[in-house]
Design a protein around this ligand. Structure first.
Ligand SMILES: Cc1ncc(COP(=O)(O)O)c(C=O)c1O
Length: 373
């Protein structure tokens, strides 16, 4: 076995270059590490990138989702509908405000919320819908927006995995309702930790800016607080990295598209379901590369075979309602959301990032082909 053949292939990797280093160093040397001029510059660039009038940077995607629950006025006794096939934060944000998460089942191909299932889950207590663009694939916004308008439900878009994606030819983030972004290092772009909320509403933006900064009002001095808020600020060091990442966002997204297309070719003769392709309405931004194994294939066995060859994979994503704390708290159990549960049992993330090279992808495809056979 050659040296390269045994090199570990990681699940994800950020793309950091000298420009990022330079921008971060500039902030470090300025001595102005938080709430300086860099945060607003980052926010303006991000707002521009997603076509939103306003952007409030926050400390994580989770923090952004939590603040959106405040925008919606979610509280005890309310229900918030979301997808079970997502990262836990999509549901946890409702629980933080004392509301109950309600899960609607998903489409087996897009892995996004099925609008008919959302409609069936609506009750008089439904206050908000957290729609998720899972794996960077836009959710069904025409149908979801219509449902929300008809039933007076506040729509939040969890676009934490979807920076750069488009719905009906327009970027996610430009459709009016608040959208939440996340910049953990496995995302399309990173700020280390970090996130943002974009919105078209002046009022929502003003509230977000206050809530993320301990409830301070724009008009008040530093130690005057007009409401209960949080410390969900993003520091200027992280924002500087964000600027470097946004400067090359187009290159990052193009590289990720290319890597995804290569997987598509390499896996053409492997017995797995590859991600649904784009159509006229849905333009994916590639976040992860998730394949669905045929029913009956032992996924743990496949993952173990790949691990032996130093190829990282993940059982991505587990259904949120079956996490132990969810079962204990709400009595959720298997069989409630059959499509999500079936996807959770069969889907698997392969190594994926902007600079994954072809030879590594060939190794992954070969190992997967062998393992499934
Ligand atoms: C769909 C989704 N929602 C929310 C989050 C939360 O973002 P963060 O990890 O920045 O809190 C993530 C990121 O992991 C995510 O993938």
């Amino acid at each position: 076995m050659t040296h390269t053949a045994t090199q570990r292939i990681n699940l994800s990797a950020p793309w950091i270059d000298e420009r990022d280093e330079e921008l971060v160093l500039e902030v470090l040397r300025s001595g102005w590490l938080s709430l300086g001029p860099t945060g607003p510059r980052f926010e303006a660039m991000l707002a521009d990138a997603v076509g939103a009038p306003h952007c409030a940077a926050v400390s994580s995607g989770t923090a952004g989702l939590h603040l959106c629950m405040r925008l919606a006025g979610v509280g005890p006794g309310d229900e918030v509908i979301t997808s079970p096939y997502s990262f836990v934060a999509s549901a946890n944000c409702a629980i933080y405000e004392g509301a109950t998460p309600v899960f609607a089942d998903i489409d087996p191909q897009t892995y996004n919320l099925d609008p008919a299932a959302v409609e069936a889950a609506i009750t008089p207590r439904t206050k908000a819908l957290v729609a998720v663009d899972i794996f960077g694939y836009p959710a069904e916004y025409d149908a979801l927006i219509a449902l929300c308008e008809r039933h007076g439900i506040f729509l939040v878009e969890d676009s934490c995995e979807a920076l750069g994606a488009t719905y009906k030819g327009r970027p996610l983030g430009s459709h009016g309702h608040p959208a939440v972004w996340a910049f953990y290092p496995n995302k399309q772009m990173t700020t280390g930790e970090g996130g943002a909320v974009t919105t078209a509403s002046d009022e929502q933006h003003e509230l977000l800016v206050s809530l993320r900064n301990q409830g301070r009002l724009e008009t008040s001095s530093w130690l005057q607080h007009g409401r209960l808020g949080f410390n969900y600020r993003l520091d200027d060091i992280s924002a500087a990295l964000g600027i470097g990442q946004l400067e090359k966002l187009d290159r990052i997204l193009a590289a990720r598209r290319e890597v995804a297309a290569r997987y598509g070719e390499l896996l053409a003769d492997v017995d797995v379901e590859t991600p649904i392709p784009d159509d006229a309405d849905h333009g994916r931004s590639w976040f992860v590369y998730v394949v669905k194994l045929p029913a009956g294939v032992d996924r743990n066995g496949v993952m173990a075979r790949l691990a032996e060859q130093r190829i990282a994979t993940a059982p991505y994503l587990p259904s949120i309602h079956l996490q132990s704390y969810m079962r204990e708290r709400y009595g959720f159990s298997e069989g409630m959301l059959p499509v999500s549960e079936d996807c959770s049992a069969r889907t698997m993330a392969l190594p994926f990032h902007a600079r994954l090279d072809r030879s590594d992808q060939e190794r992954v495809a070969e190992a997967l082909r062998d393992a499934i056979r």
